[in-house]
Design a protein around this ligand. Structure first.
Ligand code: ZN
Length: 486
């Protein structure tokens, strides 16, 4: 059968190319990636080296942007793309340079090729190919392999105000922050941060020496050199980062310093669901605790979460790590509620309702994953809103929007403590349920293995180190917020 022959041929090609990819991966320690910044998301796709030319798979690249269908018919690879009401088509030929795009013919700089029915175009041609097929503004920064779609890009400015460096961004940012001596390194992996046009700035300030900006293969990096150790503080919903010596932090934090993290706003009742959801059961508890932290071990019961290793489920790792965090917080005199302290199933809505009615100051959801290394701290992706004073109703799905400043302060503080313990950490924004429904400072901690062994997730040492860093981060925030100890 002819079909059978074609199938075998495809399988053979796939096997050969798979082997080739494997060899390429062994050659270079880290596989090359193209970082794609799109209006609603940031993602990366593999870059494949073939005969000295870098290629990217079109299906992988376009999939997050719309519906993609690709078909290999003989030597012709046809691609259909649809996004909203717009559809477009492209036609490429395996082993050839000529391509047909919506606006006409294009000669690629190197031969197009297919592998496993996926089609690969040279990196050098991506800008024009993606712009035409996806119909959006496209800009490629080839040296760092960044692709900016739909005109995304965050600009920043740096200004010195009395021993403080104030970095203002045109959109909220969530960099990973690490410090080494007097140098503070801000690493942006999700935010499309662009050069300000003045990549190296020197300051004549007692505390701050200079800043330098660079695009890197995984994002962008802003390095701040001080004359003394520095810490960063996020405010204005992540649009402002204030960098200063630690002593100055006490007075420099967010918009509402008096009632920053410690006091949940009394005028905001538990959010009401707009769609059928379990209604908040209790309104206001009689006595409100001074500073309560809710630790929420994600998953449980039939919901095992991710299978991290044979017979190692996420729900068990999150529970044991949550217990350690709770214990460390109690050691620091902080009142803690564990939402889940056994193997039971709790819905995200139940978790949010329990947290909101408890008038907690901080909510921490705990997850585990085998992807990447170290800790990732997520804050909600929801846009910030300022609700007029005296307004008593906030929509269930937007409960978090008023607390983003506080949430990113908590995230920053935990990240800072992880860095101090030399635990790899990234502060990110993401849609992790039920963060959007939490009416107080809320973060989700996702732990990944320490090194290449998944077993490290269950290691008592590693969990303990993380628990101490989280507890220290929360204790530092309580101090900053000027909480009166009972
Ligand atoms: Zn999870």
């Amino acid at each position: 059968m002819r079909n059978e022959l074609v199938r075998r041929l495809i399988l053979l090609c796939a096997a050969v190319l798979l082997a080739a990819t494997f060899v390429a991966h062994v050659d270079s320690a880290e596989p090359k990636k193209l970082v794609v910044y799109a209006p609603n998301t940031t993602y990366s796709v593999d870059v494949i080296d073939r005969k000295g030319t870098e290629y990217v798979g079109l299906v992988e690249l376009l999939e997050p942007l719309g519906r993609v269908e690709a078909k290999l018919d003989g030597k012709t690879w046809a691609l259909d793309f649809a996004s909203g009401s717009r559809t477009s088509h492209g036609r490429f030929r395996d082993g050839k340079k000529d391509a047909e795009l919506p606006s006409g013919k294009l000669n690629l700089r190197s031969n197009f090729f297919t592998q496993d029915s996926h089609g690969y175009v040279p990196l050098d041609n991506l800008q024009e190919v993606v712009a035409q097929i996806a119909g959006i503004q496209t800009q490629l920064h080839a040296p760092t392999r960044h692709l900016y779609l739909g005109g995304v890009g965050i600009h920043y400015s740096a200004e010195i105000r009395k021993n403080r460096l104030v970095l203002s961004f045109t959109s909220p940012v969530a960099p990973a922050i690490s410090s080494e001596g007097d140098v503070l390194r801000l690493t942006f992996t999700r935010d499309p941060l662009l050069s300000s046009g003045n990549d190296a700035q020197d300051f004549k300030d007692a505390a701050i020496q200079s800043t330098s900006f660079a695009e890197t293969n995984s994002g962008a990096e802003l390095i701040v050199r001080g004359n003394t150790p520095l810490v960063a503080n996020s405010s204005d919903g992540g649009r402002t980062l204030t960098i200063s010596p630690p002593a100055a932090v006490q007075t420099s934090t967010p918009s509402q310093p008096a009632q920053s993290v410690a006091t949940p706003q009394v005028q905001t009742p538990p959010p009401k669901p707009e769609t059928p959801l379990p209604p908040p059961s209790v309104l206001a508890p009689a006595a409100k605790p001074a500073f309560l932290v809710v630790i929420d071990a994600a998953h449980g019961g039939e919901d095992t979460g991710a299978t991290l290793a044979p017979k190692v489920f996420e729900k068990d790792v999150t529970l044991s790590l949550s217990r350690r965090i709770a214990h460390e917080l109690q050691n620091r005199g902080i009142q803690v509620t564990q939402l889940r302290n056994s193997d039971v199933a709790i819905s995200p809505d139940q978790r949010a309702v329990s947290t909101n009615t408890s008038h907690a100051a901080i909510y921490v959801s705990v997850h585990a994953s085998t992807i990447g290394h170290g800790a990732r701290i997520f804050t909600s992706l929801i846009p910030p809103t300022t609700v007029a004073a005296g307004r008593t109703f906030i929509p269930w799905d937007a409960a978090q929007s008023q607390y983003l400043d506080r949430s990113s302060a908590v995230s920053g503080s935990i990240a800072f403590e992880c860095n101090r313990k030399q635990l790899a950490v990234k502060a990110l924004q993401g849609s992790v349920s039920p963060l959007n429904n939490i009416a107080t400072a809320a973060v989700a901690l996702e732990v990944a293995p320490l090194d290449s062994s998944v077993e490290s997730l269950s290691s008592a040492d590693y969990q303990q180190n993380l628990a101490v860093a989280v507890a220290n981060g929360i204790a530092a925030i309580r101090a900053t917020a000027g909480e009166k100890k009972p």
